[in-house]
Design a protein around this ligand. Structure first.
Ligand SMILES: Cc1ncc(COP(=O)(O)O)c(C=O)c1O
Length: 283
């Protein structure tokens, strides 16, 4: 079992010793925001983009973030150093804190800041060479409940249930469509595909998460001169795709082998993008 360390309001504890109040609004109502990040060889990966998104999510929930980015980054680095392995998985969570039992955010005490840290173990290399299988979820993704784009909150059952279902059936991930049948995203990853050398991906107005990896992929594509189309695409459009991949902090760029009846192979376009992506994220 990997040891998990927790930093709560700046104090590091082994996971078994860390506690949170049953009256914390993060626990009672999912009233919290979070970021999954990583530290690579002692350096936080894309920390600015993650903290930008954390503040965006918190603002949408009216959750104060009364700490400077510098302080948050210093704490993330401190926890990563404590774990003392080259690749560290970090989950930064901000909850509204403890409050009266019935919906009263005004009277909540100070927000709680947690960082979970553990060794980051990448997915096995054969998944990258072979590609993964995606299930087309029967759960449809509704319009975002927090306007303009999706926010990363602790209230995640809309994604957790399709993910459980996909795993039960042996799929790596579940691809969710919206009510009009357009492709949105997976439960914990964004999706892209190449068709005749052009790169396609659903745009943010589809209520998808503005993935940090997605942002870096778009930047990498621009740098190597790949044309990108962001928009609303029906599932059938994937039938024309030559290469498909999903993106997230824990996966980077992970090729897809199948989606329902459609079959794909990892190819040269994805490979070229992967190379540039790594330079873009660390540079
Ligand atoms: C719904 C959803 N989409 C996309 C992503 C990928 O985001 P990122 O690249 O920032 O990890 C995640 C990450 O967990 C997610 O939950």
């Amino acid at each position: 079992m990997r040891q998990i360390w927790i930093m709560k309001n700046g104090l590091i504890l082994p996971c078994e010793k860390a506690t949170i109040s049953v009256m914390d609004y993060g626990f009672l109502y999912g009233d919290s925001v979070y970021e999954v990040m990583k530290s690579v060889e002692g350096k936080l990966f894309a920390a600015e983009l993650h903290l930008q998104r954390l503040r965006y999510s918190a603002e949408k929930l009216g959750l104060p973030v009364p700490w400077e980015d510098g302080k948050i980054k210093a704490e993330l680095n401190e926890l990563a150093n404590q774990i003392a392995v080259p690749w560290v998985y970090l989950r930064l969570v901000l909850t509204r804190g403890t409050g009266p039992f019935f919906f009263d955010p005004e009277h909540c005490e100070a927000p709680v800041r947690l960082v979970y840290g553990t060794e980051f173990i990448p997915f096995p290399p054969e998944l990258y060479s072979r590609g993964v299988d995606l299930m087309i979820s029967e759960f449809r993704k509704g319009p975002s409940r927090h306007d303009s784009g999706s926010v990363k909150t602790g209230n995640y059952m809309d994604h957790v249930l399709p993910r459980y279902r996909a795993q039960e059936k042996g799929f790596h991930e579940a691809l969710m469509l919206n009510h009009a049948g357009a492709v949105t995203e997976c439960t914990s990853a964004n999706i892209f595909w190449f068709s005749r050398g052009e790169l396609f991906t659903p745009d943010l107005s589809m209520g998808i998460l503005n993935g940090v990896t997605r942002q870096l992929v778009l930047l990498a594509a621009e740098r190597v001169g790949i044309r990108v189309q962001e928009g609303s695409f029906a599932l059938e459009k994937l039938g024309d795709a030559d290469e498909v991949f999903i993106t997230s902090t824990t996966r980077d760029i992970l090729p897809v082998r199948s989606i329902g009846e459609f079959r794909f192979r990892p190819g040269l376009d994805t490979e070229r993008l992967m190379k540039q992506f790594l330079e873009t994220g660390l540079g």
